[in-house]
Design a protein around this ligand. Structure first.
Ligand SMILES: [Zn+2]
Length: 314
């Protein structure tokens, strides 16, 4: 660490935490949560349209799963707010000089500047991002840069963490399909009828959160964010699964449990009330999923509908 200043001034942008110039870690890093399903590979992130701003490996784990340090090193960055696409994160400067970031955390267990050991539990996984605890489906995203920092090297210039992990006693994870992502923001700007369930459009004329057919199954996580004004008592949100017959006619509906969204304090001045509804789902057969709102007072205007989902089709 004493040599940090000199290393920090070198042309390739090592920072104060770098210990050497060797960047060969192949086969030594620990996966964050052991042998779990990879829901999106580094290459899968690059293949998105548009490509991910920070490619990495997504490990599908439920919120609250222990995340272990990939290598011995020092915590060089820590973000505790859910804002932006990263949500909460921790960054580890491994002793080999490489830079590793863990995104979408529920919480971090180690302070900035802490020295950590390979395998030490440093955080709990979550789904944080976009100002929400559930900006995504639950997973941990791991990014790796060879030397430097994301700022120095460019956020998109990461390398595939999976090429550097210790395969361990487990067989390699199977190749999984890259998840698809959908995100829309719609200014609905409509006063909804009091006391009855009304369908919520996710964009103009489009009411379906997800659809499956006899040929295509769909698995995923949806998150719906509602912004409304004129809320004095509150409103409710729910998803409803609709089963279709072979002619495409709805033959059965299955409402999911509703959530209650209380009015924001001081709504007399027409300030916004926000509601958030999240649902993991699996659809098989001719089924589609819609969202509904029921208001508890008259005059509620839903101004904005933000819809996000990560999903897989099979
Ligand atoms: Zn990711």
């Amino acid at each position: 660490m004493a040599a940090g200043t000199a290393i920090g001034a070198s042309a390739i942008g090592w920072d104060l935490f770098s210990r050497g110039l060797s960047a060969t870690a192949a086969g030594t890093y620990l996966r964050p949560c052991g042998d779990v399903r990879i829901s999106s590979s580094w290459q899968g992130h690059k293949n998105r349209n548009p490509p991910s701003g920070e490619p990495g490996t997504d490990y599908a784990v439920t919120t609250g799963t222990e995340i272990r340090a990939a290598a011995n090193g020092v915590i060089v960055d820590r973000k505790d707010s859910t804002t932006t696409a990263t949500g909460r994160y921790l960054a580890l400067r491994a002793d080999d000089g490489n830079y590793i970031r863990y995104l979408h955390l529920q919480s971090s267990l180690v302070p900035l500047g802490a020295r950590v050991s390979r395998g030490q539990v440093i955080a709990y996984s979550g789904a944080s991002g976009f100002g929400s605890e559930t900006g995504y489906g639950p997973h941990v995203h791991v990014s790796l840069w060879i030397g430097g920092t994301p700022v120095q090297l460019g956020f998109t210039n990461s390398v595939d963490f999976e090429n550097y992990v210790d395969p361990g006693p487990y067989p390699p994870p199977p190749e999984d399909p890259v998840p698809l992502h959908k995100s829309t923001t719609y200014s609905w700007n409509t006063v909804v009828r009091e006391g009855v369930w009304s369908r919520i459009p996710v964009t103009a004329g489009e009411f379906f959160l997800a659809e499956s057919s006899s040929a295509i199954k769909e698995t995923g996580d949806i998150a719906l964010y509602i912004g409304a004004v004129g809320v004095t008592k509150g409103f409710q949100l729910r998803a409803v699964a609709e089963s279709l017959n072979s002619s495409g006619v709805v033959v059965a509906t299955s409402p999911q449990p509703a959530i209650e969204v209380p009015a924001t304090a001081a709504t007399a001045d027409n300030s916004w009330t926000y509601g958030q509804y999240s649902l993991p789902y699996f659809l098989s057969g001719p089924i589609r999923l819609t969202a509904q709102i029921r208001t508890l007072n008259a005059g509620v205007r839903v101004t904005q509908v933000v819809f996000k989902k990560n999903y897989w089709q099979s």
